[in-house]
Design a protein around this ligand. Structure first.
Ligand code: ADP
Length: 586
């Protein structure tokens, strides 16, 4: 028995009726399409789409239920009953859906999988309490499917799923209404696709929002200050730590203010340096650990910041250059304080060590002289009494004392290096300038070092006549002495050491080449750092604490010169330094 609404009857018999009736039927049909169109457009979630679908279909047929199978990963099956249905009927529906799914090219799934994934969406006004999988309620509805209709759900010619209609009675679904049913299915398909897109968009937005909030939390709880600028160097972000650091430096930087303008307006020198770092990073260069003194210069340990800045590139790479800079500000004042304490401690201890050392050296010398006198006297007595070749105890004493003396000299050099370290650290390397010939200092140093070694031969090659400079003579001889001592120390097999003095472009150029163990390429950049020792030398027999070259570089640079080292292929290395010919003139 077929049951149709009045609309379908009138609309489809309209082709055989007079014009005015036909017009009325078309109008009615359009009104119908308009109504269902509106209800689909207004649907904001899948349940509202289901309601709209049910409403539209019920105007065409009186039926038991419909279902929507949507493709996707995961796929979705919604069963929408028009009245309470028995479990058997629903199970039969699922079976039919499974066998019909191949029509829409649905991936092969079992009836159980479909049943598990299905969702029973009963309209609110139906007091349906049944759930899929609950015990069969035979009292409700029939058990056999009498009629069945499948319509593909398409969006822009793409099949996105399948709409199926079911009824207990036979012949419910009139093929005359197929066109309208397909149209309703299309409406539903578009509405469901929109809902899907909206849901996906909402999920993405929520995810992005969670990510944004997390990032904000990370940035605000970072112990390091974070400063981000735009491509003009204008501040676009300052986290709490950065604001705190800048407040400590008596600065109140506002977002969007260009750093350079702020630097000019505030007349704060370190702000200029910060702007320089940002400008450098804006050229595409990454700047690492640049220290800035942001506190009052007069303070014992002023606020010191270590800044690293990296160019920020457009993620889409549309823009070639950086679109800004991200800079990290670290407060390293505490480290500086510890360093200062350590240096002060080293300086005090070194000072304290000096007095006993002076006494040890003085008394050793005194004893050596006395024993030497006594020895000579005894030797004279032996000669007069014709006794000779007897090893006198004074000889042994003298040897012991000379060991004490050389060890005391070594200790004195270490103490002096430590004292120099604190002077260099705190920029208090006060030079005593005088006028002298650099060649003389070289000759003197070479003579004294040559006296300490028999294994090595030191060649001196002075290629310039007038070598007059104004510099600190003691410090200059310390520089040459340090390099020469190392040349001897790190050439345990002996060999030649060549010292050259030339004049190059107005500078005096000194090079000291040895034939020792050399320095591997990877260490060359580090050996002028304080306490740096090449690993293989530190662990071996060479004594030292890695300060000599650090102090040496400080002295050379304080005189306006440069120092560097090169490796001689396979044999030793060459240390070179320059001293400006007019190093200093008062
Ligand atoms: P120290 O000699 O007390 O360790 P320096 O500062 O004088 O400290 O030298 C630093 C390091 O450089 C040394 O530990 C050594 O590894 C390396 N070095 C210096 N001079 C030479 C040299 N002429 N040949 C090889 N290695 C050298």
């Amino acid at each position: 028995m077929q049951s149709q609404s009045r609309l379908s009857e009138s609309a489809y018999s309209s082709y055989h009726t007079p014009n005015s009736d036909r017009l009325a039927a078309i109008l009615q049909e359009m009104e119908y399409i308009n109504t269902i169109g509106k209800s689909f457009v207004a649907a904001i979630d899948r349940f509202q789409v289901h309601r709209a679908l049910l409403g539209a279909l019920q105007k065409l047929y009186s039926f038991a239920a419909c279902s929507i199978l949507l493709k996707g990963d995961p796929f979705e099956l919604s069963i929408i009953p028009c009245y309470p249905l028995s479990q058997v009927f629903i199970a039969a529906m699922i079976e039919r859906i499974a066998s019909a799914a191949s029509v829409i090219d649905f991936p092969a799934v079992s009836v159980e999988e479909l049943a598990n994934a299905s969702y029973l969406d009963a309209p609110d006004d139906l007091s349906i309490t049944q759930k899929l999988g609950s015990p069969v309620q035979d009292m409700i509805g029939g058990a056999v499917i009498g009629s069945f209709l499948n319509v593909p759900l398409t969006v822009e010619n793409r099949i996105v799923g399948m709409l199926s209609l079911f009824d207990e009675r036979e012949g419910t679904f009139d093929t005359d209404l197929l066109k309208l049913t397909t149209m309703i299915a299309d409406y539903a398909a578009v509405a469901l696709e929109n809902v899907r897109l909206r849901e996906r968009e909402t999920a993405l937005w929520r995810q992005a929002e969670i990510g944004r909030q997390r990032l904000e939390l990370i940035i605000s709880s970072m112990a390091e200050g974070l400063l981000i600028t735009n491509e003009q160097g204008g501040i676009t972000l300052l986290n709490v730590s950065a604001q705190h650091l800048l407040a400590q430096a008596q600065l109140d930087l506002k977002q969007n203010s260009p750093l350079r303008t702020l630097a000019l307006a505030n007349n704060v020198s370190w702000l200029h340096k910060l702007a320089d770092i940002i400008d450098e990073a804006l050229t595409g260069v990454t700047v690492m650990n640049q220290e800035l003194i942001a506190g009052e210069a007069g303070e014992p340990v002023p606020l010191t910041l270590s800044i690293s800045a990296a160019p920020l590139h457009d993620a889409s790479q549309v823009q070639m250059g950086p679109i800004g800079v991200v800079a990290v500000l670290n407060d390293v004042t505490a480290n500086k304080q510890i360093e200062k304490l350590k240096d002060e401690f080293v300086s005090v201890v070194s000072h304290e060590l000096r007095s006993p050392l002076t006494a040890i050296k003085g008394y050793t010398q005194h004893l050596m002289r006395r024993i030497d006198r006594r020895l000579r006297k005894t030797q004279q007595e032996q000669q007069s009494s014709a006794i000779s070749g007897v090893d006198l105890p004074e000889n042994y004493d003298l040897r012991s004392l000379s060991i004490i003396q050389s060890q005391a000299d070594h200790l004195e050099r270490l103490v002096n290096d430590l004292l120099d370290l604190s002077q260099v650290q705190w920029g208090k390397l006060h030079l005593q300038y005088s006028s002298f010939y650099l060649a003389d200092v070289l000759v003197e140093s070479v003579r004294s070092v040559q006296a300490s070694t028999e294994q090595h031969t030191i060649y001196l090659d002075i290629a310039v006549q007038d070598t007059k400079i104004v510099a600190d003579k003691m410090r200059m001889s310390q520089v040459i002495g340090n390099i020469l001592d190392n040349a001897i120390k790190y050439s345990p097999q002996g060999g030649q050491v060549t010292v050259k003095l030339e004049e190059r472009e107005g500078d005096y150029f000194v090079s000291i080449t040895d034939q020792g163990i050399g320095i591997s390429q990877e260490y060359l950049d580090h050996i002028f750092e304080r306490f740096y020792r090449v690993r293989n030398t530190a662990s071996r027999q060479y004594s030292g604490i890695g300060l000599g070259l650090y102090v040496t570089r400080a002295i050379v640079e304080e005189h306006g010169g440069h120092i560097w080292v090169t490796n001689n292929k396979g044999l030793g290395c060459t240390f070179s330094f320059t001293v400006p010919a007019a190093a200093h003139s008062d």
